[in-house]
Design a protein around this ligand. Structure first.
Ligand code: 5GP
Length: 128
């Protein structure tokens, strides 16, 4: 997929600015959460910072609280949706091998099904 960092905006900025619609389930000063358009589990919510950080590689010390806050939101939503005790998965993909397609960091909050492990389809390791 295309790296959309040009101008530091992606379609997620448009969702924050209400320029394109989304099923928003949570919002505060620093974060927004909305349902994934192509859900991979019965519950699939994306939790994003309002600050557009492209990838995990671009997270700095200054972002520590903000990134931690995304997990606080995930935990709150798990209680609100009622799957905190049963369990869930929170994942952030990074770049091509990590499966990232939108270059504005986001937590995937996945629940409502028993997860598998490991989370990759191709078991052939790359030369690293
Ligand atoms: P990534 O592949 O970057 O880890 O995750 C991006 C996610 O954004 C994907 O799960 C994809 O389905 C979701 N997505 C892409 N475009 C839209 C959109 O316009 N609206 C919503 N709600 N989700 C989107």
């Amino acid at each position: 997929m295309t790296n959309e960092t040009a101008g530091n905006t992606t379609l997620f900025t448009k969702i924050i600015n209400r320029e394109i619609p989304a099923d928003i389930v949570y919002e505060d000063e620093h974060a927004l959460a909305f349902r994934d358009i192509n859900p991979q589990a019965p519950v699939h919510v994306l939790i994003i910072p309002k600050k557009p950080i492209a990838t995990i590689n671009d997270i700095t010390e200054d972002d520590r609280e903000l990134v931690g806050h995304l997990y606080v939101v995930a935990a709150k939503l798990a209680v609100q949706f009622g799957f905190a005790k049963a369990g869930y998965r929170v994942v952030m993909n990074c770049n091509e091998d990590g499966g990232q397609s939108v270059y504005h960091i986001h937590l995937h909050l996945l629940a409502g099904v028993t997860m598998g492990w490991p989370p990759f389809a191709n078991h052939q390791p790359k030369q690293v």
